[in-house]
Design a binder for this molecule. Sequence first.
Ligand SMILES: [Zn+2]
Length: 273
Amino acid sequence: MSDSNCIYLLASNEHLIGTASGVMTFSAEDLTDIPLIASYPLGLIDHANYRVGIVAEGDLPEQVDQDALCGLRTMLASVEDETTYTLLSSAAQIVIWHESFKFCPRCAAPLHAHSGELAKVCSSCAHRQYPRISPCIIVLVRKGGQCLLAHASKFAPGRYSALAGFIEAGESAEHAVVREVKEEVGITVKNLTYCFSQSWPFPHSFMLGYMAEYESGDITPDGEEILDADWFSASNLPVLPPKFTIARRLIDRFLVDIGETLPEDSTLFFAAE
Ligand SMILES: [Zn+2]
């Protein structure tokens, strides 16, 4: 049952419902005849209570044009402010969590959505399961007026970005920065500075963004995760990550720090600092 006081984002088959203009929202009235398999709270935005509802694939509201639907990255590309980014990122992660964690890790009985909070509860032993978050570091290594950008094997051709990796069990974020840079491109860094963080819904990363200074070593890509890496200055930048990414925000900050003017599409989030 939908709640008449809430605004809903919807998902079916693990995908949020939205177009290139952004994620679609629905009132309880729009969902009168549509059964929600589950729904979870997203929080209060501008005095409105947002929730994400899960519906069966054939149960979409009539105003949804199936041919216009698009993926999460396209929807994120249309985001113009951090509040909308957070809403979309939260909803996407909750949807993946809903689909991926269906049984209790203690006793294997089915989990169901908690009525009051963002959690699932075991139908047998009452164990609570919260959405999974995986902490990662992302770091822009600097050497004077240049920064180190890398082409990872999973990137689109020609695109370069900052280095990133998961924080391992028992490790600090700072240790992870030093280890990842060494492992991925073979250089040693110093003078780490924490900058900002961002939730990254592919599928449930929490990125801690750092700047670091080059100390020693020659760039040697590991050949597996990183296929190429190099030093770039403002005048020879490669294809950069999209504006909604924390990687782009780190690169933007670097450009400001060295006295360069930001490209017009680079101001997202950074403008608020
Ligand atoms: Zn259980």
